[in-house]
Design a protein around this ligand. Structure first.
Ligand code: NAD
Length: 234
């Protein structure tokens, strides 16, 4: 019997990167995974995993998806938009858009799925956070860092006695398609990539290396921030 045999798990933003690697890791442990993303074209590599197109900023779509579930064991909130810039380069529209994708989506998902979790008193919410947050000041990640700094511990505290656990994963720089795209979009891609790969003799983290701790958080853990950054914050 696998560790997560029969566990019902829903992920947002699971068509690529960390969400996709985690969906595969959960499924390998025997979970019944539903991988969701706004972009359905990228689902093709998720063989054997149930997929669904959902925009997690849309309340009606989130609520309608939640109706498909009588209960669930793990909700993993991964959706993200990464704005590049300091506070001076962050327009109100950038602020609002980033807060909507990164934070309001978690609010909508937790609100829709928590009532399915409460009766069983043994479930887990995982939020994808970042070392770029209250842990470390990172240049040009002003609003992004703001969106990665809260929520988890308050949900963990509010629902501790009802058996609901809530944890987050804070990573350093992870080699995902969107990271590669962000680097390519810069005028000096090589100059951005080289220090990421070489500073402090570190390498980029892989999405699979983040997926394993997500599986680990399925056990007796709550209010925790799992930091996976190869020492970047030090
Ligand atoms: P990614 O950017 O490669 O993929 C993000 C996914 O989110 C895409 O598949 C996209 O279609 C989906 N998405 C965007 N908006 C959506 C919406 N409204 N509804 C549903 N899906 C939507 O992601 P990644 O780099 O693997 O990062 C995943 C998580 O890890 C994010 O929360 C990110 O903040 C965090 N993280 C990543 C890094 C990194 O270096 N890659 C570092 C620290 C934290």
């Amino acid at each position: 019997m696998d560790w997560l045999d029969g566990n019902v798990i829903v992920l947002s933003a699971a068509a690529q990167g960390i969400g996709k690697a985690s969906a595969i890791a959960f499924a390998k442990e025997g979970a019944q995974v539903t991988a969701t993303d706004i972009n359905g074209e990228k689902f093709k590599e998720l063989d054997g995993i149930k997929t669904k197109v959902v925009d997690v900023t849309k309340k009606d779509q989130v609520k309608s998806m939640a109706k498909d579930f009588d209960y669930m064991d793990v909700l993993f909130n991964v959706a993200v938009f990464v704005h590049h810039g300091s506070i001076l380069e962050c327009e109100e529209s950038d602020w609002d858009f980033t807060m909507n994708v990164n934070v309001r989506s978690m609010y909508l998902m937790i609100k829709a799925f928590l009532p399915k979790m409460l009766p069983r008193k043994s479930d887990n919410i995982i939020n994808m956070a970042s070392v770029a947050s209250s842990i470390k000041g990172v240049v040009n990640r002003c609003v992004y860092s703001m969106t990665k700094a809260g929520l988890t511990k308050s949900v963990a505290a509010d629902f501790l006695e009802q058996g609901i656990r809530c944890n987050c994963i804070s990573t350093g720089t992870v080699d995902t398609p969107s990271l590669r795209q962000r680097i390519q979009d810069r005028p000096d891609p090589e100059q951005v990539l080289l220090p990421l790969q070489r500073s402090k003799k570190l390498r980029l983290c892989t999405a699979e290396e983040v997926a394993h701790p997500c599986v680990y958080l399925s056990a007796y853990v709550t209010g925790t921030e799992a930091i996976i950054d190869g020492g970047w914050r030090l």
